[in-house]
Ligand binder design. Sequence first.
Ligand code: SF4
Length: 85
Amino acid sequence: MGKNFVSRGLALKSIAAIPFAALGISAALSPAQAATDNKKQFKYQDKPGPGGAKCASCRFFRKPNACTIVHGKISPNGWCIAYAK
Ligand code: SF4
């Protein structure tokens, strides 16, 4: 049982190294990854911001659920720090 435990530990160790390599590649190649980063950068949230400000009343909002600034799908009821009337 002890021997089995050790070899299992080694196998896990080598598997754990793979996601790091895969992440490095996808960060460089995947637009989806960039979209995620962009939402974080603008602190996008899927609920209204200060004073009830929301995407639907923002100049950057593009119907039905897109935005000129923030990438990917957004909600008309969302908000981010780039909000402008
Ligand atoms: S800039 Fe921000 S607040 Fe304005 S539509 Fe885009 S995500 Fe919404």
